[in-house]
Design a binder for this molecule. Structure first.
Ligand code: MN
Length: 162
């Protein structure tokens, strides 16, 4: 199964980069507020540039002066399944309507990712589907802030302390 990763990234503003392995690259969206397990929450997800697969497990500090300077942690990581009905994944990306099943440590179950407006719009929304993994009222980013690979917070990565 392909990988998904969510990296918490404290650049000029803190956001969460949501990435899905597709045809050898990581399709990427930046979420200013991060994902939610509450199906009533629709989270803005701004489509950004593809990243290389090697980046999926990157955790560390992007140096000052470089694009995206600031600390990054792997906030969640796992496999995902395409559960869109009747379309292959590239077609779903093109039409702007994805339905995926995540097998992460924090994010589990069905999620819908859909584009707002026309094909050239970068603005998508991410929403938890109603299933056994939905947790109304729980903000998983606040409840579970640390890295799934090192156990460190983004502040600890920034300062280099354990
Ligand atoms: Mn970022």
């Amino acid at each position: 199964m392909p990988l998904f990763v969510v990296q918490k990234h404290a650049a000029r503003s803190t956001h969460y980069d949501f990435r899905l392995e597709t045809e050898g690259v990581l399709k990427s969206w930046a979420l200013p507020k991060g994902p939610s397990l509450d199906p009533s929450q629709k989270r803005l997800a701004v489509f950004t540039e593809d990243h290389a697969m090697e980046y999926a497990r990157f955790e560390g500090v992007i140096a000052e002066g470089q694009y995206g300077a600031g600390p990054v942690i792997v906030w969640d990581l796992g496999e995902y399944r395409d559960i869109s009905k009747g379309q292959d994944f590239p077609k779903s990306l093109e039409t702007g309507k994805l339905e995926i099943w995540l097998e992460g440590s924090k994010l589990k179950g069905g999620f819908a990712l859909f584009r707002m407006g026309a094909g050239d719009s970068k603005n998508w929304l991410l929403k938890k589907m109603k299933d056994e993994y939905a947790s109304p009222g729980i903000e998983i980013t606040a409840a579970s802030p640390k890295s799934v690979i090192s156990g460190k917070s983004i502040e600890e990565i920034q300062t280099g302390k354990d």
